[in-house]
Write a protein that binds this ligand. Structure first.
Ligand code: AMP
Length: 368
């Protein structure tokens, strides 16, 4: 995966496939123009690499020239095609073959045909390395094309995303993965785990609870579990480096997830920063942080009730619960500002029936 500006792109067409396609077009044109001297006209900027490789593959008499048109801004065709560099003036009575990097909707092509319609060329043909048959309006015949591609945004081999990526030797496509990554935020007992169970079904997300991961490791008496135990037993936070590493490993175990619910993570600013940095390396980001709000007295009652069933020692002792709240107030609460500054913080009333609260959360998610 590579990054250009704010977007991520993944490999799509290899250098070898491109070179073979260029060679195929050159061979076909050579066959059709035996004994003639055609003029190849490259359409700038995108076609410069294709033109160069095409000419290397076309070792017969020919001339070359360029026109410059432009219709893309960002990821979508604007429909505005400007002529920035006009036709060569020696084309009267000649066979002209346009060399395009890609034929998309056909708007640029229409403009090209219009340009040539005012000239007295003997013959006018179109060769395009890439061709999006699904979206092409079909107005003119494409005489030669290299590789037919689906309607995806591609970069590389002359093609750009806002001017970056033209120098890539292979073609990449936009990584279109639509993920939802949520942070469930709130004090112990706020209902993060309960709500995550519903949301993960509803939105097909992977639920990662650092508390559950630690408890799993404790139960299995792993090295990580032994390390976390002393902190968890007192209601203290486990050191950041341990928690961050564990979280990252768990995300990496799920490369095909359509999104994550982070529950109980991040709990410190260092964890939030590490999460952002880590997700960015994967082309991912947090979409929203949703806080479940409830007051301390209600939470203490909930946790003591839960402690009776779950057997969690940190839920059975009011002092430990209060210590967890202190940890939250000191270390976790500042994250509200962190996510507010990114415009990602949402607050939901966490008191009421479970399904009512799920609906409140759903409303926030639907509006993202
Ligand atoms: P929880 O199940 O989320 O209430 O977490 C239970 C305990 O696990 C916490 O009191 C901490 O000791 C530890 N823990 C869970 N998540 C984290 C985290 N993100 N950072 C540090 N410690 C954590």
């Amino acid at each position: 995966m590579i990054q250009l500006h704010d977007k991520f792109f993944k490999p799509f067409i290899s250098e070898k496939e491109i070179q073979q396609a260029v060679q195929r077009i050159a061979d076909k044109v050579a066959e059709d123009y035996k004994g003639q001297t055609p003029i190849f006209v490259g359409v700038l900027n995108g076609s410069f690499m294709f033109v160069a490789d095409f000419l290397k593959a076309y070792q017969h008499p020919c001339e070359v020239s360029f026109v410059k048109l432009s219709s893309y801004q960002g990821l979508t065709s604007t429909g505005i095609v400007e002529t920035l560099l006009d036709l060569p003036d020696n084309i009267e009575g000649r066979s002209v073959i346009i060399l395009e990097d890609i034929i998309d909707t056909g708007r640029t092509l229409k403009e090209l045909v219009h340009l040539f319609s005012n000239t007295n060329v003997k013959e006018f043909k179109i060769a395009s390395l890439f061709y999006k048959s699904e979206v092409y309006n079909g107005e003119y015949a494409i005489d030669y094309f290299g590789i037919e591609i689906p309607d995806r945004f591609i970069v590389g081999y002359g093609l750009d995303y806002n001017e970056l990526g033209r120098n890539l030797k292979e073609v990449y496509e936009l990584n279109q993965k639509h993920m939802i990554n949520l942070v469930l935020f709130g004090k112990p007992g706020a209902g993060k785990g309960t709500q995550a169970e519903f949301l993960k079904e509803q939105y097909n997300l992977k639920h990662i609870s650092t508390g559950d991961l630690f408890r799993f490791n404790m139960k299995n008496n792993t090295e990580l579990g032994q390390l976390a135990k002393s902190y968890m037993d007192k209601g203290d936070l486990v050191p950041d480096e341990v928690t961050i590493k564990m979280l990252q490993e768990d995300v990496e175990k799920n490369p095909d997830a359509s999104g994550f619910i982070f529950d109980g993570f991040p709990r410190t600013t260092a964890q939030a920063e590490a999460l952002d940095t880590f997700l960015a390396t994967k082309g991912m980001k947090i979409d929203a942080t949703i806080a479940l709000e409830a007051n301390d007295e209600i939470l203490i009652q909930r946790l003591l009730e839960r402690g009776k069933v779950s057997g969690r020692s940190d839920d059975q002792d009011e002092d430990k619960i209060r210590n967890r709240f202190d940890e939250y107030n000191q270390k976790t609460a500042p994250l509200k500002d962190f996510y507010e500054a990114q415009g990602k913080f949402h607050s939901v009333n966490g008191i009421g029936a479970i399904d009512e609260i799920t609906m409140r959360l759903g409303k926030v998610i639907e509006e993202l």
